[in-house]
Design a protein around this ligand. Structure first.
Ligand SMILES: C[S@@+](CC[C@H](N)C(=O)[O-])C[C@H]1O[C@@H](n2cnc3c(N)ncnc32)[C@H](O)[C@@H]1O
Length: 324
């Protein structure tokens, strides 16, 4: 069976990898994927990734330092990437390509523009925040893709369109090295914008106690911002986007759970990881604190949405390999 090799940039805790694996499991195609190298500057991300996927593939390295020779010697079929989103957010000052945190993506954009054709991947999957859509970084990436003969499709998708009661609207780009404009967009067909699934499916604990967990009792500093909190219950069919600041900042970092007479509590990192549709067996290494877990999963992706888009990539790759 043909193997599609994958380079994963800005791997974090591996949400793109989990999405690709989920896509592979859900569709019967005569291809399998193999991540040959995954890069991130954070060693805690590497620890978490290696805890859940076969170890030995991660490199704790700044993407912008990868030389041309790396891409030429390690040509891969697919590139997946979630570059840092701060350059495109209000909180991150919206400096766009001028933000040093955009330099990793800029490096990959330059590689795509200048490296020999034989080193180019067949397909690319990129995730970022909605503000990325109007950025200079994206316009440079699109220019490189057009110059090198890629077709691409852009999406703005939310897990609520995929039967998951959590809002996390994100920008996605799927690109393939083909001029056939209809090669993409066949597998993904999100059902709508709302789900009837209730949060209780994703919660841990004793239902008799309204899922109250003393460990997750609302921190005192949250109570000062009570009016600004998004309070949900176990029967809610929606929750706010959980960000990396969950547990530290009360405002705008994600919903809190009302547990009836017990009061309110935070969601646990395990519950948020479930809402992000990571595999049930996914876990964090013991040395990673609960606050750090919130940060890691808050910076991650929704695996279900990534899987839907990965199917597009895999179908396109299978189609291309049949016609070559
Ligand atoms: C949006 S998060 C990645 C999310 C990831 N897809 C996941 O599922 O967790 C961005 C990641 O990029 C890493 N990062 C930021 N700048 C980097 C750089 N220049 N080179 C490599 N990694 C970088 C951060 O440590 C962070 O883990």
């Amino acid at each position: 069976m043909p193997v599609l090799t994958v380079l994963e940039f800005f791997h974090g805790i591996g949400g793109l990898r989990a999405g690709l694996e989920k896509a592979e499991q859900e569709i019967a195609l005569p291809v399998v994927t193999e991540v040959t190298a995954a890069f991130d500057i954070s060693s805690i991300c590497a620890d978490t990734y290696n805890h859940n996927f076969e170890p030995g593939k991660t490199f704790t390295r700044d993407v912008k330092s990868l030389p041309d020779s790396f891409f030429i010697e390690n040509r891969s079929d697919l590139w997946t990437m979630s570059p840092p989103c701060q350059p495109y957010t209000k909180r991150g000052k919206e400096l766009d390509a001028a933000d040093p945190r955009a330099a990793g993506l800029k490096r990959l954009t330059n590689v795509l523009r200048t490296c020999p054709s034989a080193a180019l991947p067949f397909g690319i999957l990129l995730e970022n925040v909605p503000g990325f859509e109007s950025s200079h970084s994206l316009s440079e990436l699109q220019d490189s893709l057009r110059i090198r003969g890629f077709s691409f499709v852009k999406h703005e998708l939310c897990p609520t369109q995929f039967e998951i009661p959590n809002k996390r609207k994100r920008f996605y780009l799927v690109a393939v090295k083909s001029t056939k404009s209809n090669i993409l967009g066949t597998a993904r067909d999100p059902p709508g914008g709302h789900t009837e699934r209730r949060l209780e499916e994703f919660l841990f604990g004793d239902p008799e106690r309204d899922y109250y967990e003393e460990e997750y009792k609302l921190p005192a500093h949250y109570l000062r911002y009570q009016a600004a909190l998004d309070v949900v219950t176990q029967s809610s069919t929606e929750s706010d986007c959980f960000t990396g600041a969950y547990g530290r900042y009360a405002k705008g970092s994600g919903s809190v759970l009302s547990c009836g007479s017990h009061g309110m509590r935070l969601f646990s990192s395990k519950e948020i990881t479930r809402l992000h549709d990571f595999p049930e067996l996914f876990e964090y290494p013991q040395h990673v604190s609960e606050l750090k877990r919130y940060q890691l999963v808050g910076n991650s992706v929704n695996v279900r949405v990534v899987a839907a888009l990965s199917k597009d990539l895999l179908y396109a790759a299978a189609q291309a390999s049949q016609s070559s």
